[in-house]
Design a protein around this ligand. Structure first.
Ligand SMILES: Nc1ncnc2c1ncn2[C@@H]1O[C@H](COP(=O)(O)OP(=O)(O)OP(=O)(O)O)[C@@H](O)[C@H]1O
Ligand SMILES: [Mg+2]
Length: 305
């Protein structure tokens, strides 16, 4: 029996590095000798396969959604030991996901994948199935860049995922109309007696929503402070806790790795971004932590809350 830890990489739409981080984190975990599968959750313009050097998709989540093959059967080996990939869809698959129970089947089958780590690249949207995949994951990573629009998108994603998780609880149904204002909603929840079902479900949902922030494309210490502000705002308005996952530099090497169809972790294993990811992979896997790679950490610690 494998560990079956599900790691989701989500965040805002539009090129913040979700796919790059998913692929390279998965590779770093597989290099520790663990069995890893990446599920490319982009149902429309998938590209994890390209980042791994796979130029021709033989089978993908499309065959799974069309009910031709099981999810396990569409996982293909990559040229990297211990690392498999469920390719995303190159065609729009909404029509298949709209069928009754299709979303539930996908969630159930993702949970059933027999690997040590299941890394979900959540793709760009905020569809119900994307939010549900995020909500069921054990480790939630939110990728952001220091652009305000990216932070705004990430905040919307976190808020939508939280509300979707609240909606799963019958005890909270009567409070749905108040959920659109998170501050008012929180006050209502905190006014409930601690032993009430609704209050307990709310507290449990808050715990489940804890996430880690991956700051990407950083090129100045002031940008680290901007990313940190994000966790402060989420705490202030939604009361959700977060921690730093990692800070990744804006890097020419990362960009050049894409057109070389090779993960940057393989091309530039000693680059600071690669070393940061390898350190994180060891921590996720419970192996002795190494010292943080370089200066961004001190700017994170120094930035005010
Ligand atoms: N650390 C980095 N340094 C330099 N460029 C980067 C870095 N991270 C991402 N990029 C650039 O951003 C682009 C988008 O990255 P990626 O495809 O991983 O984003 P995404 O969040 O998955 O996008 P989408 O929302 O479309 O799925 C890359 O093609 C690359 O050009
Ligand atoms: Mg992507």
């Amino acid at each position: 029996m494998r560990k079956r830890e599900i790691i989701a990489v989500g965040g805002g739409k539009g090129g913040v590095g979700k796919s790059l981080l998913s692929v390279n984190l998965a590779l770093a975990l597989s290099q520790l000798g663990k069995s890893v599968v990446i599920v490319d959750g982009d149902l429309g313009s998938a590209n994890c396969h390209t980042l791994l050097g796979i130029t021709r998709i033989e089978k993908s989540i499309e065959e799974y959604l069309k009910e031709e093959l099981s999810l396990d059967q569409v996982a293909v080996p990559t040229r990297f030991p211990h690392l498999s990939l469920v390719c995303g869809a190159a065609n729009k698959m909404d029509v298949y996901l709209e069928r009754p129970n299709a979303g539930e089947h996908l969630l159930r089958d993702v949970v059933g994948l027999d690997y040590d780590y299941i890394v979900l690249d959540l793709g760009a949207g905020m569809s119900d199935v994307t939010l549900d995949l995020y909500n069921l994951s054990h480790l939630k990573i939110i990728a952001v860049t220091p652009q305000f629009t990216s932070l705004q998108n990430a905040y919307s994603f976190i808020k939508s995922a939280f509300f979707r998780s609240l909606m799963q609880h019958e005890s909270l149904n009567e409070y749905l109309p108040q959920m659109s204002d998170p501050v008012v909603f929180r006050k209502i929840m905190l006014a409930l007696a601690p032993h009430l079902e609704a209050r307990k479900d709310y507290e449990a949902a808050l715990q489940d929503q804890k996430f880690k922030i991956a700051g990407n494309m950083i090129s100045a210490k002031t940008e680290v402070a901007i990313i940190k502000k994000m966790s402060v705002i989420v705490k202030e308005f939604l009361d959700i806790d977060s921690e730093q996952f990692g800070i990744f530099s804006q890097s020419h090497d990362v960009q050049s790795s894409i057109n070389k169809l090779t993960p940057f972790l393989e091309l530039f294993p000693n680059d600071e971004n690669s070393r940061e990811l390898k350190r994180i992979a060891r921590t996720i896997d419970g192996q002795p932590a190494e010292v943080p790679v370089r200066g961004w950490w001190k700017f994170w610690q120094a930035a005010s809350n």
